[in-house]
Design a protein around this ligand. Structure first.
Ligand SMILES: [Zn+2]
Ligand SMILES: [Zn+2]
Length: 732
């Protein structure tokens, strides 16, 4: 007889992966496991929903009205630390925990046992009736290999019916194939690298941190080409030796291909991938392999942060300064910051790596909250490139009128000529897609704007279309002005990469070049092809947007020309200067990565600007110190806290009214200021009107508590959305 308490049906709180207020009470079957993390199938309305036992019941529902949640047969549980992490993220970002859980359960079917694969081998029975086909099939099966029905039919050149007949006769017997594992374990000693002194010191510090098996945070801070990846691979190797799992976060999928190869060169196999490009089946496999510990090292985009690692021992965030780590849709969170939180909850080290750290991480490292591991030298023989400013105000070329040169100044063209003559490679960088960012009617002044967004339509000359880079709206390039109906009056204003390429081709007709642009019209495959062609030296000059700035290694690249270094420097965003510096520093780092020295030319109209000066002097830390001073004086992050509210909806008047009400009801509190409401930068986006409020608070203020006290005061109709962005990184 089991003890009586075992016969009682335990009542628990079950969290469903839906944006509901919290966990719901359910009964488990008698003796059901009530431990946190257990997966259940829970009735909700007239459907069954996957849910997770979250904790004690609320007790708000009467016992007789409780429904029964069935534990999932044979499925593992979510690690309790992942549940803690989900609660933490929900609380910090002011999202319902179920909305965060949804990100952790994103692989449908991962909890069902994988379908078994059955194959057939030769049995001992000889069929009573033989035919030529049967004899052939049995002869082929005689080699002992297990084959599927169709596999054997093909190999023996018979119909599947012949094979099925042999199965019925007992001449072929079923056997279960071992489960196919695509995740062989990485070998920590496969190809140990030779490290320089700086690298060796940093690698040892990280190995010690992993061996200590407790939380610590490290900024791995080294110039481009200093070998950061080799260093943190040593931490990965140490974690493998301690039988721990490792998570490596990368900002973009585009970067993973090269990364996977580097990883395989060091560890003998590829790591497990996790990103949005995987098929359902691949996701299911990867998810399950993480959960059962088979996947030892996962490299992924920000969503991999919510994978169910049972024994996570190291988290690495590469290119930690990248804005792509900020998830902007749905639940808004910063994957770099949340990676530090996950490591703290898992009690393991986290490594943030960058050549141009975020100011936040730089302040944390120089202030002693993170250990600061610096790699000063470039790996091998490479030297840092020389950076020179070209003052566009001084460069008035008398030949320009005749050549119609607008974007490539004479010094940049001379440098290009030298590089091409020497058989080396060059890169031209402009962080603007398309041909021209604005199309204007010369006659009436009409500007083409998107009907759904407060944004200009960008001309894409090759595709002969105007496109909105915000919502994807497109129209064929018109020949007449829709406002004044005149023909031939439309002119492109300003350059995009396509236009720079056109000018380049006019000056250097013999040079081989390609455009690489992360473009809604060009597509990632074309971009990757251009980058590969450049790496193989099939082209001389690569003209591109920020897609070319990161991670790629081109030994023959000796010149980088930045067409408009001022772009993005003055849009009133507190991180604009930092971002400009980071981007240009990264682009510059592409030049001269092998034996040949590199030259970087920055075209600017503000050569005296602090960002330009710091780049020209190669004084990265000087820039950070100055930026730290600005931020500290303004009490902006990391010396103060920010939270943004975006109010959006299709009915502009209602949106503005809700924004006004929010503005009026903002509680007054010490050290908290509320700015707005004001129209957002994109006051119209995908047809929705957008208003913004910004909360600015001193560092010690509990911003979440402030928002929780404030927001429920205004009743928001279903047609209006209030999005909360704690620690915003962009201000559109
Ligand atoms: Zn016109
Ligand atoms: Zn648009």
């Amino acid at each position: 007889m089991p003890p009586p308490e075992m016969l009682q049906k335990p009542v628990v709180g079950v969290l469903l992966p839906l944006p509901l207020a919290g966990a719901y009470d359910y009964k488990l079957p008698a003796g059901g496991n009530a431990a946190r993390g257990g997966l259940v199938s829970a009735p909700l309305g007239n459907r069954e929903v996957l849910g997770v036992v979250w904790g004690a019941a609320e007790g708000t529902v009467g016992d007789n009205r409780l429904k029964i949640a069935e534990p999932l047969e044979g499925a593992p549980s979510l690690p309790p630390k992942l549940c803690d992490f989900i609660d933490w993220v929900a609380d910090y970002t002011l999202n319902p925990p179920g909305a965060i859980l949804a990100m952790a359960l994103r692989s449908r079917g991962a909890f069902e046992p994988e379908a078994r694969r059955i194959a057939y081998v030769r049995g001992v029975v000889t069929p009573p009736r033989m035919s030529a086909g049967r004899a052939r099939a049995l002869e082929v099966a005689g080699d002992g290999l297990a084959r599927s029905v169709t596999g054997l039919a093909e190999d023996a050149n018979v119909s599947p019916a012949v094979v099925r007949g042999l199965i019925q006769a007992g001449a072929l017997v079923p056997t279960e194939l071992p489960e196919f594992s695509p995740f062989p374990p990485p070998d920590d000693s496969f190809a140990a690298p030779s490290l320089n002194d700086d690298q060796a010191v940093a690698a040892q510090a990280l190995r010690d941190a992993v061996a200590a098996r407790k939380f610590s945070a490290h900024l791995l801070d080294g110039v481009t080409g200093s070998g950061k990846t080799e260093v943190y691979f040593e931490a990965v190797a140490e974690a493998l030796r301690h039988n721990k799992q490792v998570l490596i976060l990368l900002p973009e999928i585009a970067l993973t291909v090269q990364f996977l190869e580097r990883f395989a060169a060091r560890f003998g196999v590829r790591p497990t991938e996790w990103h949005s490009d995987l098929s359902q089946k691949e996701r299911r496999r990867a998810y399950r392999a993480v959960m059962n510990g088979e996947a030892r090292v996962v490299v992924g985009a920000r969503s991999s942060l919510f994978l169910p690692f049972p024994e996570l021992g190291l988290v690495i965030v590469d290119e930690e300064h990248e804005q792509a780590f900020k998830q902007q849709d749905g639940a808004i969170y910063h994957a770099r910051d949340m990676a530090v939180v996950r490591a703290r909850i898992e009690d393991c080290p986290v490594v943030l790596a960058s050549a141009t750290p975020s100011l936040e991480s730089f302040v944390n490292a120089t202030g002693g909250r993170y250990s600061h591991l610096r790699l000063a030298m470039r790996h091998g023989a490479a030297e840092l490139p020389r950076v020179k400013l070209i003052d566009l105000r001084q460069e008035k070329d008398p030949h320009d009128a005749e050549h119609k040169a607008q974007w490539l100044s004479p010094p940049l063209r001379e440098a290009l000529e030298r590089v091409l003559a020497a058989g080396e490679q060059a890169m031209l960088f402009l962080n603007r897609r398309g041909y021209a960012p604005l199309t204007l009617c010369e006659a009436c002044g009409h500007k083409f704007t998107c009907p759904h967004c407060s944004a200009w339509l960008v001309e894409h000359k090759y595709k002969r279309r105007l496109a909105c880079h915000q919502c994807g709206f497109e129209l064929p390039m018109p020949s007449t002005c829709p406002q004044c109906n005149q023909n031939g009056t439309l002119i492109p204003c300003g350059p995009g990469v396509e236009r720079v390429a056109e000018e380049f081709a006019a000056f250097f007709p013999a040079a081989r070049y390609s455009i690489a642009s992360s473009d809604i019209l060009h597509g990632p495959a074309e971009t990757q092809a251009a980058i590969r062609a450049f790496a193989r030296r099939e082209i001389d000059v690569l003209i591109g947007t920020q897609i070319v700035a990161k991670g790629h290694h081109f030994p023959q690249l000796t010149l980088v020309g930045v067409v408009d270094a001022d772009l993005g420097g003055s849009d009133g965003d507190l991180r604009a200067r930092e971002r400009t510096f980071q981007l240009l520093h990264q682009v510059s780092g592409r030049a001269g990565r092998a034996e040949k020295p590199g030259l970087v030319l920055l075209q600017t109209r503000n050569p005296d600007d602090a960002v330009m000066q710091a780049l020209a002097r190669g004084d990265r830390d000087g820039f950070y110190e100055q930026e730290r001073g600005f931020r500290e004086a303004a009490q902006s992050p990391p010396f103060g806290r920010l939270a943004a509210l975006v109010i959006s909806g299709y009915d502009g008047e209602t949106v503005r009214e809700i924004a006004r009400q929010l503005g009026k009801t903002a509680p007054s509190a010490r050290d908290v200021k509320v700015w707005g409401p004001t129209p957002a930068f994109y006051a119209l986006l995908r047809g929705q009107t957008r208003e913004r409020l910004l909360v600015q608070a001193a560092r010690g203020v509990d911003v979440q508590a402030y928002l929780k006290a404030w927001l429920p005061q205004v009743k928001v109709p279903a047609a209006v959305r209030v999005t909360v962005d704690v620690d915003p990184v962009s201000f559109f």
